[in-house]
Write a protein that binds this ligand. Structure first.
Ligand SMILES: Cc1cc2nc3c(=O)[nH]c(=O)nc-3n(C[C@H](O)[C@H](O)[C@H](O)COP(=O)(O)OP(=O)(O)OC[C@H]3O[C@@H](n4cnc5c(N)ncnc54)[C@H](O)[C@@H]3O)c2cc1C
Length: 442
């Protein structure tokens, strides 16, 4: 089955939004006249609120959805906590959520270093595994070097030709983790992504963030439509007609939402507006498989299926030793599925067709696909993370500059070291006027 052809987008709410969070909410009410309003209760908003409260400020956190965690969301499926958004705690040595998790005694486990390679209908041999892994190292070194030496341009231009048969595969994997095809990703921004030494957390990433949000002053179901700094302090306008006054505001809503549905009065300065509008929405979606008899052994192993008519850019198998797996959809396959206007069923059929080609239809009798995410169609995210296109590499650092000493931006887009990650979510503003890139959630 191919995903090519057709036009348009599916209708209806995104499928992941139908699930309930595994950690029930327990929050405090909002204070009457908060020092700081924080907009968005994802990783960045939760982190900002915790830090500000720890410094003695009063905070009101307002969140559009009826749950916290944003793009980190754990739902219970067949009794197992399964992440529908962020799942990996990347770059352990520099990830503040890993440091905080250790300090809290959270159940972190280091990600396995090995994975599965499947070539056509057979398992890859040891020599093929080694060649594949060497090709990744060569590509990483070449791209990092090129970023230091060349003018900015598409990251695709720095993938070395010498990778031979692995070149296309490596481009596909990097496009998946970049959120866009490499031709649309800034070379100068690309190498700042740190992916070594990764961790998982038992019970799910979304559940971890939801625990960090317990007892914070949060109002759910409060979508912000405007931010007004024409008078003293800040007036936050809610979509239901309500308002909230504060001395300062931390804006942690995703960049694509800021591009479209939050109105600033007076308008943002041109440098901030240009920085925000220049990002592109990255796409990365999980098709969640429940597949007890899948031929992939070992807990939390990545699987690369190559050499077929269709090569899925990535899979994570036997998540936390359960029968659950992710079949990942990159920008190209998600956009092609949208063009067919058939909703998530077309992605289900695609996943089945690809797997059947590699492992054979008979092995798939117990395969179910209980969820296919669509963060790109979710009005409160409109994408997986913010991607810097070629020539726009200064945008992240610009977001660190406050506006009128009252508006600070926080969120994954701010972090150069860990962009696109939940761990990189609070490398941004601090309403006390400090900008601490080593800040932690604690
Ligand atoms: C499928 C998928 C897999 C991913 N995998 C990983 C991974 O393995 N590891 C990793 O580190 N990262 C991963 N990411 C990225 C990670 O999820 C994000 O970088 C991170 O969650 C962003 O945190 P944030 O606080 O900046 O934004 P968000 O989590 O999006 O939080 C923003 C909050 O603002 C709220 N909001 C939006 N608009 C409004 C409004 N108008 N008014 C009020 N509230 C509003 C939203 O509802 C949301 O709660 C993944 C993302 C996706 C989609």
């Amino acid at each position: 089955m191919s995903l090519r052809g057709g036009t348009g987008r599916p209708a209806g709410p995104p499928e992941h939004a139908r699930f309930r969070p595994s950690v029930p909410p327990r929050f405090r009410g909002l204070p009457a006249n908060p020092d700081v309003a924080v907009i968005g209760a994802g990783a960045a908003g939760i982190a900002a609120a915790r830090r500000l409260i720890a410094r003695g400020l009063s905070v009101a956190l307002v969140e559009a959805r009826d749950r916290v965690g944003g793009r980190a969301f754990t739902a219970l499926m067949r009794g197992h906590p399964i992440d529908l958004g962020a799942h990996w705690l990347h770059a352990g040595p520099v990830n503040p959520l890993v440091a905080l998790g250790r300090a809290r005694g959270e159940p972190l486990r280091r990600a396995a270093q090995d994975g599965h390679l499947w070539i056509g209908r057979r398992r890859g041999r040891a020599a093929e595994q080694a060649a594949f892994s060497r090709a990744f190292d060569v590509a990483d070194r070449a791209m990092t070097l090129a970023a230091g030496r060349r003018e900015d341009g598409p990251a695709s231009g720095a993938v070395p030709a010498s990778l031979g048969p692995w070149r296309e595969r490596i481009g596909l994997v990097h496009a998946l983790v970049s959120g866009r095809p490499l031709g649309e990703v800034s070379l100068h921004d690309w190498p700042s992504l740190e992916y070594g030494d990764n961790y998982f957390i038992a019970g799910g990433y979304g559940a971890y963030l939801a625990r960090l949000a317990l007892d914070l002053p949060i109002r759910l179901g409060a979508a912000v439509s405007g931010i007004d700094t024409t008078g003293p302090g800040v007036q936050i306008r809610l979509a239901d007609g309500g308002t909230l006054a504060a001395r300062a505001v931390v804006v942690s809503v995703p960049i694509p939402v800021l591009q479209g549905s939050v109105r600033f009065e007076p308008p943002l300065p041109a440098r901030h507006r240009d920085a925000i509008d220049g990002f592109r929405a990255g796409i990365y979606e999980h098709a969640v498989l429940h597949w007890p008899s899948a031929p992939f052994r070992g807990r939390d192993r990545l699987a690369s299926l190559v050499g077929g008519r269709h090569e899925p850019p990535g899979m994570l198998t036997r998540i936390d030793d359960t029968p659950f797996h992710y079949f990942e959809l990159d920008a190209a396959s998600a956009e092609a599925a949208d063009a067919l206007r058939s909703g998530p069923d077309v992605e289900r059929r695609f996943a089945r067709a690809v797997l059947a080609e590699h492992v054979g239809g008979r092995r798939m009798r117990d395969l179910a696909i209980p969820a296919v995410t669509a963060w790109r169609h979710d009005p409160w995210s409109r994408g997986a993370w913010a991607v810097v296109p070629p020539g726009h590499a200064q945008a992240r650092s610009l977001l660190h500059e406050p506006v009128a000493a009252r508006i600070w931006f926080a969120g994954e887009a701010n972090s150069r070291l860990q962009w696109g990650t939940a761990g990189g979510r609070l490398r941004g503003g601090d309403p006390r006027g400090r900008c601490d890139r080593r800040s932690s959630l604690g």
